[in-house]
Design a binder for this molecule. Structure first.
Ligand code: ATP
Ligand code: MG
Length: 564
């Protein structure tokens, strides 16, 4: 990764710095990012990834990538592969430290037996329903299970039989023996293991009991020598259980769990469960639909990884829940692309202009800068000829007062080319639709400047008609019409707020031929239109498809004169 600027201070960094200064854990910092492979990663995960990997980088420590694959029914190999690709794309490297909680199944089992032997866990034979009824509520204490005081040997033996497949699902579970009256429901003898006769994609049919998240997670952290186990706030109430498990087993490594507020983003959803619905119900085109906040979607949309890292840094880390404005993310993307994206001209909705005083079959190549502020990015040759395309909305036959672009009798500048004046409007006699414009150019204004200091109020982008190539352009907008789709009171279903115009596809857009051969995923600024990215997946043999990543700044208002 090449961002060298230091990460902003936050309460977690302060804490870790103190630990390092006090030589806690011999001054080591080992963090981990522990996704459950039951969906694709989204920008919320990116916050956690940047935090965990960022800490490791800053303190010369390590960050592990660990798949929390303890729930076999839900996990799929596709998700693992996508997660690996996504973390890498974000610019982070776990080196040798790629782990799976399933790697520890034997160790976890041994730990469970140990807990039973210490009198701290027991096999409970209540049904799931009974367990629930015995648990009590937030205001009422729970009741002890009748199996709670079962002899240790009996629990050990039952647990072994659970493991060897002698019991049906739901007949027994292993529970921690903590406190059924605890105000914290997580401590009311939580389940540690359940029977699940399901194949696991890594361990096959070796196991028919699987550990619960809290048990597997705390011990996986400990086994890996994690020093700081960073998670989101919903796990705050699980921390006492995390600590209880590690204390009761007297493990040598007892990581410190630290919670922070998860990222929420306006106009989108960051819950795997909801994203899965959008994908499975065909509301979007897949996990990598550019409208989704998934890393795969964002990548296809053209958001650069560096912009995501900047965003994660700007939003900071705290304990306070909030919903970040979508504009903040877009601003990070714009700032990044503004510096790095080459400019090209692409006409999205073409209107033909015939330059009547330009020689028939005439042709020249004009030098056009690739970046207005950065001469190092060089120039390119743009062919110019007698017939060009301009944007249909850059012409009005009867312009209102504040419309400064092309109109009958008016002169405008073509970017890096010439001044042209509109003399004649050719219309379809049947529909009255404008078909083409006849203009004249001033050869003395080559390059876009006038020797006599004559001013024009507008600069248009254009493409030479015989040289242009046809491309498809997809204009993406927000996926939802409201900032908090799940938080709307009247409507229950977040899908009621899908933005029906979140995708508009334009075909036969005209782009400079110079873009031919650019790499997939390349980002360009289409002058005056926004930033666009070549979609590798959608582009077919000979046909290029561009996704709009983000529009230009709001100040590029449609009706104002365009700046050079
Ligand atoms: P979901 O609740 O949507 O199912 P999850 O939190 O269960 O997501 P995991 O795969 O368990 O997904 O997440 C891996 C890590 O990413 C966890 O440490 C989790 O705390 C963190 N994470 C998930 N969502 C966010 C978010 N919106 N903001 C910050 N961190 C997040
Ligand atoms: Mg989770």
């Amino acid at each position: 990764m090449n961002d060298t600027k230091p990460y902003a201070m936050n309460f977690i960094r302060t804490l870790v710095t103190e630990d390092v200064n006090n030589n806690k854990n011999d001054g080591r910092v080992v963090t981990r990012f522990p996704p459950e492979p039951n969906g694709y990663l989204h920008i919320g995960h990116a916050k956690s990834i940047c935090l965990n990997f960022g800490l490791a980088l800053d303190y010369h420590g390590k960050c592990h990538l660990r798949f929390d694959d303890t729930n076999p029914a839900k996990e799929e190999v596709e998700y693992m592969e996508a997660i690996i690709a996504d973390v890498r794309w974000l610019g982070f490297d776990w080196g040798e430290n790629l782990f799976h909680a399933s790697d520890y199944f034997h160790q976890l089992y041994a730990f469970a037996v140990q807990l039973i032997q210490r009198g701290k866990a027991y096999v409970c034979s209540l049904s799931a329903e009974e367990v629930r009824a015995y648990r009590g509520t937030l205001t009422e204490p729970g009741k002890n299970s009748p199996y709670r005081d079962r002899p240790v040997e009996e629990s050990v033996s039952l647990f072994q039989k659970m493991r060897s497949g002698e019991f049906e699902e739901g007949t027994h579970v292993l529970r921690a023996k903590i406190d059924m009256a605890s105000p914290n429901l997580n401590l009311r003898d939580p389940t540690l293991y359940r029977i699940k006769k399901v194949n696991h994609h890594r361990t096959g049919d070796a196991w028919c009991i699987y550990p619960m998240y809290d048990f597997a997670h705390a011990l996986s952290d400990s086994i890996e020598g994690i020093t700081h186990s960073i998670c989101t706030l919903e796990f705050e109430d699980h921390r006492p259980l995390y600590d209880w498990i590690l204390d009761e087993l007297a493990v040598t490594c007892h990581p410190q769990q630290i919670e922070f507020a998860r990222l929420n983003l306006q106009y989108t959803e960051l819950s795997k469960r909801k994203l899965i619905q959008l994908v499975n119900e065909g509301i979007v085109e897949g996990w990598d639909d550019p409208r989704l906040p998934t890393i795969a979607g964002i990548r296809r949309r053209g958001y650069p990884p560096s912009a995501i890292r900047t965003f994660c840094e700007r939003i900071g880390v705290s304990k306070k829940e909030s919903r970040i404005e979508f504009e903040m993310l877009e601003e990070c993307v714009r700032d990044d692309l503004n510096q790095n994206a080459k400019r090209v001209m692409c006409v999205l909705s073409p209107l033909k202009v015939v330059i009547t005083n330009y020689p028939e079959n005439g042709f020249e190549e004009l030098d056009v800068p690739n970046h207005p502020q950065n001469p190092d990015m060089g120039t390119r040759k743009a062919p110019f000829s007698r017939e060009i395309y301009i944007e249909r909305e850059d012409f009005m036959e009867e312009p209102p007062k504040k419309f400064f672009r092309l109109a009958p009798g008016r002169e405008v500048r073509l970017r890096s080319a010439y001044y042209i004046t509109c003399n004649q409007v050719v219309k379809d006699p049947a529909t009255g639709e404008v078909q083409e414009l006849h203009c004249t150019y001033d050869p003395l204004t080559k390059g876009g400047g006038s020797p006599d200091g004559r001013k024009v109020k507008s600069t248009l982008h254009w493409v030479s008609a015989p040289h242009a190539i046809d491309v498809t352009v997809r204009l993406y907008d927000r996926l939802f019409t409201v900032p908090n789709p799940s938080g709307e009171k009247e409507e229950k279903d977040f899908k009621a707020f899908i933005n029906s115009s979140s995708l508009v596809t334009l075909t036969s857009c005209k782009i400079e031929q110079g873009v031919k051969g650019i790499g997939p995923g390349s980002s360009l600024q289409f002058e005056r239109q926004g930033y666009f990215c070549l979609d590798e997946k959608a582009s077919a043999e000979g046909e290029m498809v561009f996704n709009r990543t983000v529009t230009l700044k709001e100040t590029w208002s449609k009706i104002m004169p365009k700046r050079e």
